[in-house]
Design a protein around this ligand. Structure first.
Ligand SMILES: NC(=O)c1ccc[n+]([C@@H]2O[C@H](COP(=O)([O-])OP(=O)(O)OC[C@H]3O[C@@H](n4cnc5c(N)ncnc54)[C@H](O)[C@@H]3O)[C@@H](O)[C@H]2O)c1
Length: 259
């Protein structure tokens, strides 16, 4: 078993997940990345994490595929022999935004299978490993799970309803696993990003530039992957050990109700 704490981050080839992996590497964790993108296409991003001089494992797989998920976990246990943190970050937006009166079943299944079903069953798999680790007290592992939800967990966007439903579901996954895993000393947390500049939001840049300028968020700027990564780092730090199912909004104050 390696001496470093091991952080498993889904969807960390780019964007928010990549920012999280870099920050946890800075914190001294070995990193295991699960992402659907081809390694050669994201090699520069992975090299940037390796610069931190910690072990980095990259596995190309699809979160919706049970076999891929199992092979990834087998590889982590073979190479690292432990899992300390799971960061459920991988997610997609609908390929095209459509009013809920027009949403197709294809788009619904695409978004829900990755964001919700894939995340639920991956969490189940890792949670069972974490329970085994906790029951073997010699290991002394402080396991934690952090889910990347969204302001869409509670905000209506009728032109991408399937995304909002998937993120509301993620927020329930946080509660369910926090409840079920508390008896093992495994805490489960959630970060709700607001408007964060990544590939996912680059297609709606002009729209969000305007909304931010007009004051949709009290803090008038785009968020960045580093903003989310810092919140994840706090949750993994162990400084919040008497809290579980706790949520940090990293959204420039979007969640405030204003009059
Ligand atoms: N960008 C934002 O403004 C924002 C706001 C709120 C929440 N989020 C959430 O943050 C997370 C990361 O988003 P991002 O903006 O970095 O997007 P992104 O598209 O830049 O990154 C998503 C990553 O997930 C991976 N991924 C997609 N489908 C996958 C699959 N089937 N199996 C494995 N990996 C897969 C992608 O390859 C990519 O590396 C998502 O869950 C997203 O819903 C983003």
């Amino acid at each position: 078993m390696i001496k470093e704490k091991v952080a498993v981050v889904t969807g960390a080839a780019r964007g928010i997940g990549h920012g999280i992996a870099k920050k946890l590497a800075d914190d001294g964790c070995a990193i295991a990345i699960f992402d659907i993108l081809n390694f050669d296409d994201v090699k520069d991003n992975i090299d940037a994490i390796k610069e931190k001089n910690i072990p980095v494992l990259y596995f190309q797989g699809d979160l919706t595929n049970n076999q891929d998920r199992n092979q990834f976990v087998t590889k982590i246990m073979e190479e690292y022999g432990r899992i300390d943190f799971l960061i459920n970050n991988a997610g997609v937006a609908p390929k095209s935004r459509k009013d809920i009166l027009e949403t197709t079943e294809e788009s619904y299944d695409f978004v829900m299978d990755i964001n919700l079903k894939g995340t639920f069953f991956f969490t189940q798999k890792i949670a069972n490993i974490m329970i085994e680790e906790k029951e073997n007290s010699d290991l002394n592992i402080e396991a934690k799970i952090v889910n990347i939800a969204s302001t869409s967990s509670y905000t209506s966007s009728p032109n991408r309803g399937e995304y909002c439903i998937s993120k509301a579901g993620i927020s329930m996954i946080t509660k369910l696993y926090a409840d079920r895993l508390a008896e093992y000393g495994i805490n489960v947390y959630e970060v709700r990003p607001g408007i964060i500049y990544t590939d996912m939001t680059s297609v709606v840049k002009d729209k969000y530039d305007k909304l931010i300028e007009e004051g949709i968020t009290p803090i008038k700027r785009w968020g960045h992957p580093e903003d989310i990564a810092k919140a994840v780092s706090v949750f993994c730090s162990g400084m919040l050990d008497f809290s579980t199912a706790e949520v940090i909004n990293v959204d420039g104050g979007f969640h405030l109700r204003r009059l």
